[in-house]
Design a protein around this ligand. Structure first.
Ligand code: IMP
Ligand code: MG
Length: 184
């Protein structure tokens, strides 16, 4: 068994990802030079993207992790987020950058931004995503930092999963449709 055989097409290869993460890290470093930058990794999907961004940030920063999942079927917009674990440091008066793998309906980022502003008293909250699927947007949110806009196709790799698999691919690829058809 080889997971590479399940990929229809590569959308972002390792070189694309290097270029994108370097570009985003330099934009964040230019903006937040005052030492109050807190980068928050939204687990599990953004673990690879997050580490590539963080290692290229050149200004002082702290990092933390939050684990959430959205309820409901992927094709139906949902109203609630399931909080599985929260950050462990203080976000008050920090410039928070939320880092996720993909902005789809926007539920995750919309709710987390509200949460960090109203309950964690963050000084500011920006949204950073590797992938943006604007065709699927339900919530009123736009990324402050985005790697690449993609069409409405199901993608995996570089942290993104299908049924918790494929996260270990080093690139972003479109999953062959027969893979999820056989699971229905
Ligand atoms: P949102 O809350 O609807 O914006 O969805 C965000 C989450 O849905 C992401 O963090 C992913 O976990 C998941 N997701 C959305 N589209 C895809 C995809 O094409 N592949 C893998 N996961 C996806
Ligand atoms: Mg995710």
């Amino acid at each position: 068994m080889n997971i590479y055989n399940d990929i229809l097409q590569i959308l972002l290869n390792e070189e694309d990802i290097k270029r994108i993460t370097a570009d985003i890290a330099s934009k964040i470093s230019e903006k937040y030079y005052d030492g109050r930058l807190l980068l928050v990794c939204i687990l599990n999907g953004s673990f690879m993207f997050f580490s590539d961004i963080v290692r290229r940030i050149t200004v002082p920063c702290t990092i933390d992790f939050i684990r959430v999942s959205s309820y409901g079927e992927s094709t139906v917009s949902s109203e609630s987020l399931n909080f599985m674990s929260d950050i462990s440091t203080d976000a008050a008066n920090k410039n928070v950058v939320l880092v996720d793998d993909i902005l789809d309906t926007g539920l995750t980022m919309y709710k987390l931004r509200q949460y960090f502003l109203s309950e964690k008293n963050a000084a500011s909250v920006s949204v950073c995503t590797l992938l943006d699927k604007p065709a699927r947007r339900v919530y009123d949110i736009k990324p402050d930092y985005a790697g690449s806009e993609i069409p409405d196709e199901f993608v995996v790799g570089y942290g993104l999963d299908y049924n918790d698999g494929y996260r270990n691919l080093p690139y972003i690829g479109v999953l062959k449709s027969e893979i999820y058809k056989k699971d229905v």
